[in-house]
Design a protein around this ligand. Structure first.
Ligand code: MN
Length: 153
């Protein structure tokens, strides 16, 4: 998949108010690509020497990420706020500095809880497949668990 040209990353970039020097604030995904709500994306590390990328996502109160799965994997650290997170058939409440691993082909979604924005750092394979959305049948299977049904709303 083609990536836009990027300048080499500076050795040091400072942080302030959940922004980083030289890192643009982007939309989470292309509008209409998949269901999600109230998320921004910042790409912190994306360079050819690394086999992974590191991004920072921020979800406003009441927001959520896309319910999806894919062959690639995510390593996540919560940086601010709180969320309920679905990984496979498990749902956990997470907060600052908690870690979340999302294995290949595992349904996952982040939903903010509380009044604060929820921000997390997400490490991901540089070469990766396109996320899959659940079919109506797959959604029905997920929702056969009443706890997951309540989570998905
Ligand atoms: Mn994902």
């Amino acid at each position: 998949m083609d990536k836009p040209e990027r300048k080499p990353e500076a050795p040091f970039r400072s942080f302030g108010d959940y922004r980083w020097d030289e890192v643009p604030l982007l939309a989470y995904k292309e509008e209409g690509a998949a269901p999600f709500k109230a998320i921004t994306r910042q790409v912190l590390f994306q360079n050819p020497e690394l086999a992974c990328e590191m991004r920072y996502f921020e979800v406003a109160p009441g927001g959520y990420s896309t319910l999806e799965r894919h062959q690639h994997s995510h390593g996540v650290m919560i940086l601010r706020g709180a969320a309920d997170v679905l990984v496979g058939s498990q749902i956990r409440a997470v907060k600052t500095f908690d870690l979340v691993h999302i294995p290949p082909m595992t349904w996952h979604q982040f939903r903010t809880t509380g009044e604060e924005p929820m921000g997390f750092v997400c490490m991901v394979n540089a070469a990766r497949d396109k996320p899959q959305l659940p079919t109506a049948d797959e959604l029905e299977v997920l929702k056969s668990d009443p706890v997951i049904a309540a989570f998905l709303g």
